[in-house]
Design a protein around this ligand. Structure first.
Ligand SMILES: Cc1cc2nc3c(=O)[nH]c(=O)nc-3n(C[C@H](O)[C@H](O)[C@H](O)COP(=O)(O)OP(=O)(O)OC[C@H]3O[C@@H](n4cnc5c(N)ncnc54)[C@H](O)[C@@H]3O)c2cc1C
Length: 656
């Protein structure tokens, strides 16, 4: 991140030199003053304890807090502590916060050191507080049943696009006199739009412009005693004008395919409270490309296609945190750092272009060959990009971990051959006939086989055979400390072995292991370092071939599948996604190409929230609408139909 908060530490407390204001109030005689103020203003005046104690214990529920100004994260920590003490385990807290200049991790830890009673929660936050990027960042805390959605950017650009339903607002951030840009009409309008009967707000300020702004959009506003020496603060409610409608039931969902796409989607939905059934053709899960013993996690950027790059770095930032939060163990997930080598003229060009375009994001560091060699622990001859949080994962272990969830039921040896509309939902037909269960929604996650289940979707799926392998370590490789990626890749030593890969054969979907492919992989590894020139004698201890599934624009297909006959029969003009017929409960999540271990968990999180929104539960979204539109499974069909306004706003407009 290049836009961290500019702080001064005054008497051990953070002070913003940019806004000339404190992050939390202090009283030298009462070190817990800042925390007590947070509890008084935001927790008590939003009545959180009582409201959370009243959440239903016998069914899933959601509570959404939106905060302006994340700052030191103190309000989040205090809210999470109270949530842990009072909310039933079936409830999920969504804490959304908007911050223009986040603390560095080090500053965050220093600020939290003032509040030892929040130490455990602070550790959970700090463990995930990395790889933050401008835009929407999600940090998930499974053991607290909570997530933090951190919007990093200028609130004036964020408010107009924020779509959610808040239960409580924390109006924090710097005082209106110090930060007038934030306390504008667009904040109050956003609040009015994102609110329901009974939504509350609280703020430390009693400034007239805030009071008037809130009243003007419809809030009932009350002035009440502030904390400590502050005379007044404001709190209030969105009036209850009619009978409160009960929250809609969560959909029961079927997922076809238990690879990383299916398992991640199932887990996201289950974490949000849905009952999920996963159907897998094979006797075991992760039977396709997700069954390789290792996969690399880093954003393979190209500096040419904006949405592809955005998907890559957003996924990297999300997914590395996601796997870390699952606590898979070092046999299944290791953040060891990764060097992307400019090891051929084409890769050298790419490395330089990407370095110029993206160094400012702080996700990568361009290095010369000497610097790269020092980090790698082996001699390297190329300029490189260093990804400090680059990692490897064993996807089958991650899949098994995610499916081991009380809300998920796995059905193996079910070859799903047809999806039949049934009453208001769907039934699945497997090789044994029509299955009994009825579902509100079906998500097709079976990679290249999806075209058979959704023949009219217009998706174009391209199989690409790939073989990877494990090799017994050689003396020349043992000092390797990070993953090396050039045309091929090699991981550092773990349990006597390294992973190497991978061949790339477009149009071939065969999965037999070939000796020639082992040789090709060893040749690619040989080229990574001059130290590896004897590697052709290495013993390949294990090899696995499977098929990647790609799309023509290298973006996955994620989202609702609309009936083609309905689309063709559309006789009103289509200018916008809202002009399309509503989703019918049929979704797809496929075509992750060579990057699915990184992109699928992120897309799963996006899809789960969009799907719930289609069923009336409006949770904080993880992407802007235009990014979501770029992943639409029927984008090729829209192109054929000439609906230019629905095409990928990042790339397709120009070529349409
Ligand atoms: C050699 C190789 C190396 C790779 N390296 C990396 C890497 O380093 N990093 C990275 O991020 N990505 C990598 N990938 C890509 C990544 O593995 C894939 O993008 C990802 O695994 C795709 O996951 P998926 O869930 O979409 O599909 P799959 O893992 O293929 O899962 C599909 C599942 O659906 C099941 N299924 C199919 N049809 C049916 C049906 N009719 N009914 C029920 N079940 C069905 C299959 O049995 C399978 O279990 C690599 C791929 C290969 C081949």
């Amino acid at each position: 991140m290049s836009t961290h908060a500019v702080l001064e530490w005054r008497n051990g407390l953070p002070y913003s030199t940019q806004f000339d204001d404190v992050y939390f109030s202090v009283n030298p005689d009462y070190p817990q003053h800042g925390l007590a103020e947070t509890r008084h203003v935001f927790l008590q005046h939003n009545h959180l304890q009582t409201r959370w104690q009243q959440l239903p214990a016998d069914k899933p529920s959601h509570f959404v807090i939106v905060e302006t100004g994340f700052g030191s994260g103190l309000n989040f920590l205090a809210a999470l502590q109270l949530w842990q003490q009072t909310a039933p385990p079936t409830a999920h807290l969504h804490f959304v916060s908007i911050e223009i200049a986040p603390f560095t991790l080090q500053d965050l830890q220093m600020a939290h050191a003032h509040f030892p009673e929040l130490a455990t929660i602070s550790q959970a936050l700090c463990a995930q507080y990395h790889l933050l990027q401008p835009g929407i960042n999600q940090l998930h805390f499974p053991s607290f049943s909570a997530s933090l959605t951190l919007h990093i950017g200028d609130s004036q650009q964020i408010f107009p696009h924020l779509t959610l339903q808040a239960d409580a607002w924390f109006l924090d951030g710097f005082a209106p006199s110090k930060n007038p840009q934030m306390w504008q009409a667009d904040l109050f309008e956003c609040m009015a739009r994102s609110t329901h009967a009974g939504t509350t707000f609280a703020t430390f300020t009693s400034a007239g412009l805030v009071k008037r702004g809130l009243q003007a959009v419809g809030f009932e506003v009350k002035k009440t005693p502030g904390f400590g020496k502050k005379r007044d603060m404001l709190c209030g409610t969105w009036p209850v004008s009619e009978q409160l409608s009960p929250s809609p039931a969560l959909p029961k969902v079927a997922i076809v395919g238990a690879g990383i796409a299916g398992c991640s989607t199932a887990w996201q939905l289950a974490e949000l409270g849905c009952e999920v059934h996963v159907f897998e053709r094979a006797a075991q899960i992760a039977n396709g490309a997700s069954g390789n013993p290792r996969g690399m996690l880093y954003p393979r950027l190209n500096a040419e296609k904006p949405q592809n790059d955005q998907l890559a770095w957003r996924s990297y930032s999300f997914t590395v945190r996601h796997y870390a939060s699952l606590n898979l163990g070092e046999h299944a997930f290791q953040i060891c750092g990764l060097l992307q080598l400019g090891s051929s003229p084409r890769e050298h060009k790419r490395v330089n272009k990407v370095a110029r375009r993206y160094s400012h994001l702080g996700l990568l560091q361009p290095l010369d060959a000497n610097q790269a060699s020092n980090i790698a622990g082996v001699t390297l001859a190329y300029e490189s990009l260093y990804f400090q949080h680059g990692a490897w994962v064993n996807p089958a272990v991650a899949c098994a971990h995610m499916l081991n969830h009380p809300k998920i039921k796995l059905h193996t040896q079910q070859d799903i051959q047809q999806l039949s509309p049934y009453q208001r939902g769907w039934r699945l037909v497997s090789h044994t006939g029509e299955l009994d269960d009825e579902f509100d929604a079906v998500i097709v996650c079976n990679a290249a086989e999806a075209a058979k289940l959704l023949p009219e979707s217009g998706m174009w799926l391209n199989p690409v055979r790939g073989q990877m392998g494990m090799i017994a370590s050689q003396p020349s490789m043992q000092s390797l400390k990070v993953i090396l990626c050039g045309d091929g890749y090699l991981t550092p030593l773990f349990e006597g072995q390294h992973a190497m890969g991978a061949t790339f054969a477009p149009g071939d979907s065969s999965t037999d292991v070939r000796e020639q492919d082992n040789v090709s992989n060893l040749e690619m590894v040989n080229k990574l370092s001059p130290q590896f020139d004897q590697l052709h004698t290495a013993v390949v201890t294990d090899a696995r071939a499977s098929s990647r599934c790609g799309s023509p624009d290298y973006l996955p297909y994620v989202g609702p599948v609309l009936s083609t006959s309905m689309l063709n029969a559309q006789n009103t003009p289509i200018h916008d996604f809202s002009d399309l017929p509503p989703p019918q409960g049929l979704y797809v999540h496929v075509a992750h190409g060579s990057k699915g271990l990184m992109t699928a968990p992120y897309c799963a999180a996006i899809l789960a929230r969009r799907l719930l929104s289609d069923f009336g539960t409006h949770l904080p979204q993880l992407t802007e609408d235009r990014f979501w539109a770029g992943l639409h499974p029927q984008r090729l069909l829209f192109k054929q139909l000439g609906w230019k306004s629905l095409l990928n706003p990042f790339t397709d407009q120009a070529s349409a």
